[in-house]
Design a protein around this ligand. Structure first.
Ligand SMILES: Nc1nc2c(c(=O)[nH]1)N[C@@H](CN(C=O)c1ccc(C(=O)N[C@@H](CCC(=O)O)C(=O)O)cc1)CN2
Length: 286
């Protein structure tokens, strides 16, 4: 068996085309969504992701507000730039690119973002709403994974899903999304402290590898015919490496690869969050 590819790049292009129409409809009501990004430091990966986000914005008609700060930025300066975006009416949603460098604390910075402008769905209030099942912007990578599976006809209701990774941006919120009544999956959340990881992954219909450990998931750890979603991105001398080993393609029915799987979907879901927020603003004005 050779797995079919869950093509996030192609699906992201379809979603962007859909969003372009929704942005055009907003323009007719005099509303231009604006995405702000706060990027601190010199990490090449973060710079490339933020560039990509603004390229996407230009493609669908979302305005861009870019705040770029040196790695030496103090906590006070970062706080004041975040508060400026909270107060800027042209910015309908924004993100702080993670991870922040040096002593700047990711969780502290996320908490400064106005929850109503939180395009990443990572503010504690919005994560709390997700726990409670209340409407909120959803974290982009977990939302992108669910959308990638759903739009490829992969059944979630009743599925056993094993998520490997307990981070706040992917693993934990993904568990919450998949166990909502609308998805109805059963989730096992594994992590670096899990004893006998393979025993859990082998039972799963869908495995999501989000541990940031290149090649962690091998063919022997996967039930034949399972769906495997690679979320790990590690830059090595050999290039970009995911958490899913090449051998998995021989046993899985579908694989979401790195690159070209979940990454482009993360970007498409960020745009979706921004457009949804602008549509909510439009409905309060109507
Ligand atoms: N504030 C946030 N920070 C970070 C997030 C996030 O969702 N919000 N996620 C990641 C980085 N990220 C988005 O910011 C991101 C990562 C990867 C991709 C992507 O398209 N990857 C490509 C490969 C690109 C490459 O060559 O490096 C792919 O998988 O095809 C998009 C967005 C951490 N920080």
């Amino acid at each position: 068996m050779t797995a079919e590819i869950l093509d996030g790049k192609a699906l992201a292009a379809t979603i962007k085309a859909e969003l372009k129409e929704r942005v055009a409809a907003l323009a007719e009501q005099g509303i231009v969504p604006g995405l702000g990004t706060v990027l601190v430091g010199d990490d090449p990966g973060s710079h490339s992701y933020v560039r990509g986000k603004h390229r996407d914005c230009a493609q669908v008609g979302i305005a861009s507000i870019e705040v770029e700060l040196p790695a030496s930025t103090s906590a006070a300066e970062l706080e004041s730039r975040i508060r400026e975006l909270n107060d800027d009416p042209a910015c309908t949603g924004f993100i702080v690119q993670l991870p922040l460098p040096g002593a700047l604390d990711d969780a502290w910075a996320l908490e400064l973002v106005d929850p109503g402008k939180d395009a990443d769905g990572l503010h504690p209030v919005n994560l709390g709403r997700l726990v409670l099942g209340e409407p909120a912007p959803l974290p982009c990578t977990p939302r992108g994974i669910v959308e990638l599976l759903r739009r490829n006809g992969i059944e979630l209701a009743g599925a056993e899903v094993c998520v490997v990774g307990r981070g706040t941006t992917v693993g934990r919120p993904l568990g919450l999304l998949l166990t909502r009544k609308s998805e109805n999956a059963t989730v096992t959340l594994c992590h670096t402290g899990t004893v006998d990881l393979a025993a859990h992954t082998r039972r799963a219909d869908i495995v999501v590898a989000a541990a940031g450990r290149p090649g962690l998931l091998t063919a022997e750890m996967v039930k034949p015919g399972a769906v495997c979603v690679d979320v790990g991105i590690t830059r090595t001398d050999a290039g970009l490496q995911g958490d899913v080993d090449a051998s998995v393609h021989e046993v899985a029915s579908w694989v979401a690869p790195v690159p070209g799987g979940v990454g482009p979907m993360t970007r498409a879901m960020l745009l979706t969050n921004v457009v949804e927020r602008a549509e909510a603003l439009a409905s309060t004005r109507a």
